[in-house]
Design a protein around this ligand. Sequence first.
Ligand code: 1CP
Length: 333
Amino acid sequence: MTPIKECLINKSTKTNPIWLMRQAGRYLPEFREIRKENPDFIKLCLNPNLAKDITLQPIKRFDFDAAIIFSDILMVPYGMGQSVEFKKNFGPSLGSLELNKLQNVTKNDFTKNLSSVYKLLSSLKNSEDLENKDLIGFVGAPWTLLVYMINKTSPKNGLSGDFFKDEILINEVLDLLDKFIKTHIENQINAGATIIQIFDSWAGLIQNNFDKFLYNPTLSLVNYVKNLGVPVICFPRGISDYVKFSKIVKPSMINIDYDVDPGILTKSLDIPVQGGLDPKFLLSSKENLKKQVKKYLEIFKDHPYVFNLGHGILPETQVEMVYELVETVRSYK
Ligand code: 1CP
């Protein structure tokens, strides 16, 4: 059994497996090299050969316990027929949301539009570099994808007042998302994903209707993944109550962010935990990094715990600091 599955399924506390969110990305010079030659981000995600190289880059360097496929949560709106572009120094920019067009997209069309993602997974499935490691497939949660699809860009400056004005549109898009996210999950598992992570990066923006936007849609996906016999990790970033979320949604493991107190959580959570460390500590000194890493390892020493961050690794992170991090986790006793 892989180290992460030992932790997830057997609830082992003997070792702390490690991988990092956004481990395949801009902090790696070898990624930047490829990216420079490939300005169209969506095209790069849909190039199975290059995407395979990028997925394996952090594994070759750091021997992480899992690879996460090089793709993006916005590939789902793309597969549903909404245009998606990543603009330099701006971020994602989505095209107009034409409901009647989306309603005519079949599961078959969707699968065809994203066939390169599934090809990428199949090509990684038996890779020697992934022996005794997990291959993580992922999706955005319905709420986070709804936000991008209606807002058309990052909600990092908050949601506009009229975000909720068209309730019929919201309900219809949520229904479509439930269907197509499940299709994407099933296709990824069939192609070789051994774990699914659900990213709800903007869950912290939900202020009302938690059942409708957070608990119900996520529970529907979690049950779907479990029925396919695969573990599922949830990352509802920024919510105030991880304990309540875990009790209602019951994922196989919960990824925490850096705003929650891990000491309180370890006493109240009865499922395995992943993550937590503020990625900014990778920008501080080695001594401080070690101290902060050990804090998490100490708190979770009797709890099944997969080491990871409280959000994605920052592009300005020095590779040397990542080696230090891995060494600290692997040598901890
Ligand atoms: O070179 C570049 O400019 C591209 C940067 C980049 C990368 C490397 C983007 C644009 N996406 C990715 C890959 C990616 N995205 C992966 C696979 C690689 C890995 O993790 O190792 C994954 C799992 C994601 C997931 C993702 N994309 C999330 C959820 C996790 C999170 O960070 O919160 C989100 C919110 C996105 C949207 C997205 N994609 C890219 C950007 C810059 C953003 C965020 C935009 C925003 O601020 O709203």
